[in-house]
Design a protein around this ligand. Structure first.
Ligand SMILES: NC(=O)C1=CN([C@@H]2O[C@H](COP(=O)(O)OP(=O)(O)OC[C@H]3O[C@@H](n4cnc5c(N)ncnc54)[C@H](OP(=O)(O)O)[C@@H]3O)[C@@H](O)[C@H]2O)C=CC1
Ligand SMILES: O=C1CO[C@H](CO)[C@@H](O)[C@@H]1O
Length: 384
């Protein structure tokens, strides 16, 4: 990638992942911005970057910055993405795109009017074998799609003393586990299957209606709250886990289980796509193998190898077979796809990366899921 200058806003868990991946994708990182000027300077020093920008306003005022990546907590995404686009810069926003569909619809409109590219960081699409699965659906290897099942489970919020801004509806949104990790699965499955989910039926559960909040800040995945840290009880309305039945546009159906309270599962997304000829099974904790399930011949395991994969999957695979690729590589590939599309003049849908329209669709899905849970019935997903 030549010529792009990008700034990353947010310096917690995923901000530095963006910084590293941008460097590996060949995009110049011009700086990082934290929640205060002091934190911006400290993070710049930590990451070995110039400390030219103390706030997002500094970044927006600089015409030499082409693009801004937003890796802040969910409640800031709308205002920050809007400001970036209105400053006529490209934007990559972390998921979920916004706190509700009024916000996400407005962002879609602003992005369209801006003539700038706008992506949501649904990075899991960019595991090469997820692109391989999508190509195999398109070339009819699976036959017609019958059903799709799977889960996304973690354990970092297993204890009532585990705390993070995500558990608060005001910071993360009314839905938590579903919006935070479930939407990765829902985005991925719709990308692979090439079909929209049209109706949902959900049953969600808040395992801990009260959690203990440390009186100081807590970073994502920071582990157990130390015993000597003072805490206060906080009422929790967001869900820890839940099941969602799904109907797809062409009649296929399926279900998703989401949980942030499954001991031993650190960050585990699994799917099984069942077609009339073959099934595909994948697990994010072993991302370099895709299982092909056959009825009349032995099952097969496709090990990630550019020489043996469909061209679209080989194109996002940097290393030969046997040289494992993982989570950080997905961001590199997503950013290559995003900046590569801008270089080709692709600034809106359809695009080879998840767009703000995809992000808006995920918010509409979340709203249908919450409504379905509250009313305990099937709910149609509103059209984007
Ligand atoms: N695609 C993926 O795989 C992942 C996506 N995410 C998404 O990324 C986002 C951030 O999550 P995560 O990194 O885990 O969160 P963290 O809490 O670890 O980090 C958030 C960062 O945002 C900074 N921040 C807060 N408010 C502002 C502000 N107004 N301006 C600038 N910076 C601010 C914080 O600074 P300070 O600490 O100084 O307050 C902190 O550096 C979320 O939307 C999340 O859903 C997260 C993880 C993985
Ligand atoms: O992919 C992810 C890994 O876990 C994080 C913490 O729950 C999520 O926010 C994130 O989207």
């Amino acid at each position: 990638m030549t010529g792009f200058r990008t700034v990353v806003v947010g310096t917690g868990f995923i901000g530095p992942v963006h910084v590293e991946a941008l460097g590996r994708a060949g995009v110049q990182v011009a700086g990082v911005v934290g929640s205060s000027p002091e934190k911006s300077i400290a993070a710049s020093q930590r990451l070995g970057l110039p400390a030219d920008y103390k706030t997002l306003d500094d970044v927006l005022a600089d015409p030499t910055v082409d693009c801004v990546h937003l890796t802040t907590p969910n409640r800031y995404h709308f205002d920050q993405a809007k400001a970036v686009l209105q400053a006529r810069k490209h934007v990559v926003c972390e998921k979920p795109l916004a706190m509700n569909s009024t916000e996400s619809a407005e962002l879609v409109r602003i992005a369209r009017d801006s003539g700038r590219a706008a992506a949501v960081a649904y990075n899991i699409r960019f595991y090469p074998l997820c692109h391989e699965a999508a190509a195999r659906v398109r070339n009819d290897s699976l036959g017609s799609l019958l059903h799709v099942t799977g889960s996304y489970v973690q354990d970092w919020l297993l204890k009532p003393t585990d705390f993070n801004w995500r558990v608060l509806a005001a910071d993360g949104g009314e839905l938590r586990a579903v919006a935070d990790i479930g939407t990765h699965w829902l985005d991925l499955i719709q990308f692979i299957s090439g079909r929209r989910i049209t109706s949902v039926c959900a049953d969600l559960r808040t395992v801990y209606p009260t959690r203990q909040r440390p009186t100081g800040p807590v970073q994502t995945y920071s582990g157990d709250t130390p015993a000597d840290v003072a805490t206060e009880p906080v009422e929790i309305t967001t869900e820890d886990c839940g099941a969602i039945m799904l109907r797809f546009a062409d009649g296929a159906n399926g279900c998703l289980w989401v949980s942030q309270t499954t001991a031993g599962k650190k960050n585990c997304l699994r799917f099984e796509l069942a077609g009339s000829k073959q099934s595909l099974t994948w697990d994010s904790q072993s991302p370099n193998a895709l299982q092909l399930g056959n009825r009349d011949r032995p099952n097969e395991s496709l090990v990630r190898d550019p020489a043996a994969m469909e061209p679209t999957a080989a194109a996002i695979s940097s290393y030969p077979g046997g040289h494992n690729e993982g989570f950080p590589d997905t961001f590199k590939q997503l950013f290559r796809s995003f900046y590569g599309a801008i270089e080709k003049g692709i600034l809106s849908d359809p695009a080879p990366y998840p767009t703000f329209l995809d992000g808006h669709h995920e918010i509409l899905l979340c709203e249908a899921i919450l409504k379905s849970h509250r009313q305990q019935r099937w709910v149609d997903v509103a059209s984007a």
